[in-house]
Design a protein around this ligand. Structure first.
Ligand code: PLP
Length: 396
């Protein structure tokens, strides 16, 4: 997955353009920037690559989710349905606009289970937020049907699955809004950065204002601009955006290498009948950022994870025990351990999450996800495949 593996002359050239003119901010200073508008250029490239009308780049994936929610008018007391398996950022972004994250069970796609989503809908629900974890997606047709039926917004957190598709569309472009992270460990990196995509002119127009203090960006004089509504600062810098331009150009190349490496590892593991694979919905194509496997039960998954480590197979994750990606370890979030006080409405909304999620536990306790790197040589991948098979067979 990591784009940083491909950091090279192309990224340096884009950054050098910015260093040469010294304009590190995306707005204003047109006389000095020598025609370089890196953030704007990245937005054009992102919208083109993702086949959407609009793209807004911001300072992080967390910012992208926050700006997307705000642009859709989500706020105090609204409920946003999200999966138990994600990165803490999804939860944080919802809370940061004053809405309530409502956790929901996952299925063997390792993303939102449509049946569980339907059961979680209340009068307060406004958004369904599937998170395309580890390179693959939820059953988006089923979620779209539910959203249409209940008049809800479909917001895709595609931070870990850039380049995957569903029904022939790039992930992130299927819902009303889609978000990407360009942080340092993602498939496309800006160092730090993020982006949102949409076909809605209204959302896109709100997003560019909201991420820059509500400035309307009409004309080139920040003193003369008006502010139709309040906003905050989620801007990306020209330096970060410059890196992203070169990285995004490499995406299709990255995806091809990921698929090749993934396929070699997967084919090797099919020789072990006890190992099964995450379900990818019929219309979906993964980004191949991770290979996600199931062991028959929790005990064997834990043993297999340990054995992989001992065998020198790095970057394999057992998320069930991980502090960042599975809700069970999010004590600080579930109990709202905050520096400041949250409203009683949010606190009582959050208490809805104090229940068990048996389906999520059942899948996550059996799951191991192995990162697919881009820099491996063919010999390294083959060696890795045989090490994985040996490690897993040793515990069965
Ligand atoms: C990385 C990530 C984010 C947040 O992105 P940042 O750029 O690190 O803020 C959000 N959701 C998921 C699923 C992620 O993996």
């Amino acid at each position: 997955m990591p784009g940083f593996e491909l950091f090279g002359a192309e990224e340096k050239k884009e950054v050098q353009d910015v260093l040469d003119n010294g304009v590190l901010m995306r707005y204003g200073f047109d006389g000095n920037r020598n025609g370089h508008h890196k953030a704007l250029e990245l937005e054009k490239d992102l919208a083109t690559r993702m086949q959407t009308k609009y793209a807004q780049v911001v300072s992080s994936g967390t910012s992208a989710l926050t700006v997307a929610l705000a642009s859709a008018g989500i706020g105090a007391g609204d409920e946003v349905i999200m999966p138990t398996f994600t990165f803490v950022a999804s939860f944080e972004a919802i809370l940061s606009v004053g809405a309530v994250p409502i956790l929901c069970d996952i299925d063997d796609t390792l993303t939102l289970d449509p049946k569980a989503v339907e059961a979680a809908i209340t009068k307060k629900t406004k958004v369904v937020m599937p998170v395309h974890m580890c390179g693959s997606m939820a059953d988006l047709d089923a979620l779209k049907t539910i959203c249409n039926k209940h008049n809800l917004i479909l917001l895709e957190d595609a931070c870990q699955a850039i380049g995957g598709t569903y029904s022939g569309k790039p992930l992130g472009s299927y819902g009303d809004l889609g978000c990407f992270s360009f942080d340092y460990v993602k498939t496309v990196t800006c160092g730090e950065g993020g982006g949102l995509i949409t076909n809605s002119e209204t959302y896109a127009d709100r997003a560019h204002k909201y991420q820059d203090h509500g400035h309307d960006h009409i004309g080139n004089d920040r003193g003369a601009e008006t502010h139709p509504f309040l906003g905050y600062n989620f801007r990306i810098s020209e330096l970060n955006a410059a890196v992203g331009i070169a990285q995004l150009r490499k995406l299709d190349h990255t995806l091809l290498i990921q698929e090749k490496n993934y396929t070699i590892l997967r084919e090797a593991l099919t020789s072990i009948p006890e190992v099964t694979f995450r379900r990818v919905p019929e219309k979906g194509v993964e980004s191949y950022a991770f290979l996600n496997i199931f062991l028959p039960n929790e005990e064997l998954a834990k043993k297999a994870h340990q054995a992989l480590g001992k065998q020198g197979v790095d970057a394999c994750f057992y998320w069930y025990d991980n502090n960042w990606h599975y809700y069970k370890k999010w004590k600080h979030l579930l109990e709202v351990k905050s520096l400041s006080k949250f409203s009683e409405e949010i606190q009582s909304g959050l208490r809805k999450n104090n229940r068990s999620f048996p389906d999520s536990d059942a899948w996550m306790s059996r799951t191991i996800s192995c990162l697919i790197k881009v820099g491996w040589t063919e010999d390294e991948v083959k060696k890795r495949a045989s090490n994985m098979v040996e490690a897993i067979k040793s515990i069965l």
